[in-house]
Design a protein around this ligand. Structure first.
Ligand code: CAA
Length: 258
């Protein structure tokens, strides 16, 4: 399928989704969201990891498209927010691992996009933040909630209230990004992490993601029950037999995802 504002490339189990509107620093408009939604639906069983990044050399994503939002009504804003939430929720719920390669500005909706991914790595030149209050609004694609869960209430409030644009090193310090990598090594780093994950049992990785995601917002007893169920379910898989037999036979496991 031909897209205007994004690119989706697949190579050996790893897909790369590039938000590609460099003239507007990859700002997210409705069309881009619809294209992202369509692209995520095309990911089949052959894709086991997704890297999300920004086109051009300046931005990951500089936010929701301000030109599209400037004159919209409250009802339209609700719809736009619902669209963003839907796409980011779809991304977050994928059964595969998602990695944000933050290659430049990740502001507002861009920072929210990164936070909807499982793992966030940033280039040394990345700048992150939630500047919505400078525009007289608040984040509308889950930023207030995902940021709070990632960095804690106090830091989240500080970033939300001040609209500070922080560099990658500071973002790592507060737990917003995992690691900071030289700009020209960022994609290679993300591919290496993805490659490491691809060697592991796909059902197990997917179950680990599911249990963390669903458990994180529950009390410990309920969350641990989810873990028990996830653990048990995997014993119905060929991959569990293969993984454990391979260990005992001192050979690498050949996982099939069954
Ligand atoms: N929406 C629409 N267009 C944007 C944009 C955005 N979020 N960010 C940048 N652009 C456009 C600029 O308007 C400019 O277009 P023109 O060349 O046609 O004038 C082009 O991209 C290049 O941007 P700048 O000239 O501003 O580039 P710069 O290097 O001087 O500054 C920047 C870079 C600091 C990222 C600056 O562009 C900026 O502050 N962008 C807006 C960041 C922001 O406020 N994001 C939050 C958006 S609101 C949101 O995301 C709400 C939500 O959660 C739903």
């Amino acid at each position: 399928m031909a897209y205007e504002n994004i690119r989706l490339e697949k190579d050996g189990g790893i897909a790369v989704l590039t938000i590609d509107r460099p003239k507007a620093l990859n700002a997210l408009n409705s069309k881009t969201f619809h294209e992202m939604d369509a692209a995520l639906k095309t990911l089949g069983d052959d894709t086991r990891a997704l890297i999300v990044t920004g086109g051009g050399d300046k931005a990951f994503v500089a936010g929701a498209d301000i030109a599209e939002m400037v004159t919209i009504t409250a009802a339209q804003a609700r719809e736009f927010s619902a669209l963003g939430h839907h796409v980011f929720q779809t991304l977050e719920s994928l059964p595969i691992v998602t990695i944000a390669a933050v290659n430049g500005f990740a502001l507002g909706g861009g920072c929210e996009l990164a936070m909807a991914c499982d793992l966030i790595y940033a280039s040394e030149k990345a700048k992150l933040g939630l500047p919505e209050v400078t525009l007289g609004v608040i984040p509308g694609f889950g930023g207030t909630q995902r940021l709070t869960r990632l960095v804690g209430r106090s830091r989240a409030k500080e970033l939300l209230f001040t609209a500070d644009r922080i560099d990658a090193a500071r973002a790592k310090e507060i737990g917003l990004v995992l690691d900071v990598v030289p700009a020209d090594k960022l994609m290679e780093h993300c591919r290496t992490v993805a490659g490491k994950i691809l060697k592991n049992g796909p059902l197990a990785v997917s179950q680990a993601k599911r249990v963390v995601e669903f458990g994180a917002d529950q009390d410990l007893r309920a969350a641990n029950e989810l873990e028990r169920q996830g653990f048990a379910v995997l014993f119905g898989s060929e991959d569990q037999r293969e993984g454990m037999k391979a260990f005992l036979e001192k050979r690498p496991a050949q996982f099939t995802g069954k």
